[in-house]
Structures are given as C-alpha cells and as structure tokens.
Design a protein. Structure first.
Length: 78
C-alpha cells in the first residue's frame, strides 16, 4: 500500500533524465528558448554532467554564442 502511494506521489526519475538530456540537445542545437525553459524549471541543470561534459561545453563546441552567454549568466561552470 505504501509503495503504491509513494510511487504515485514521487517525482519520476524519467522526467529528470529527459530534462538532463534535453539541455544538452538544446545546447547542441543552439535552441536558446528551450535552454531557457529547462533552466527555469530546473536551474540545477546548468551544470548537468554527461560524459565529463557540461551543457556549456556542447554549446561552445557547436559555436552557439547566445546559448553560451545564457548558460554563463545562469552560473555555468567550465
């Protein structure tokens, strides 16, 4: 009974994974609007780490200055 209640009320780890992958995808594509949306909902993802990379590394590598500036303003490391 308690397990069902906890499962129903607990936030999904799938959502966290989707947001984490989403910020990297948005940074790679130069989608500043999507990066902004994700950071508004989950500001901690500014320094999400995947494969020893941060979203700002992805934006720099792809040459997306607007996204780099946005991430820096939100406290990105790197």
């Amino acid at each position: 009974m308690a397990k069902k209640a906890l499962r129903k009320e607990a936030p999904s780890r799938d959502d966290a994974f989707v947001d984490e992958i989403g910020i990297f995808t948005a940074a790679q594509n130069g989608d500043a609007k999507r990066v902004r949306q994700i950071l508004k909902a989950r500001p901690d993802l500014v320094n999400a780490q995947r494969w020893y990379q941060f979203p700002i590394h992805t934006a720099v590598r792809e040459g997306h200055a607007e996204v780099v500036d946005l991430l820096r303003r939100h406290g990105a490391k790197g």
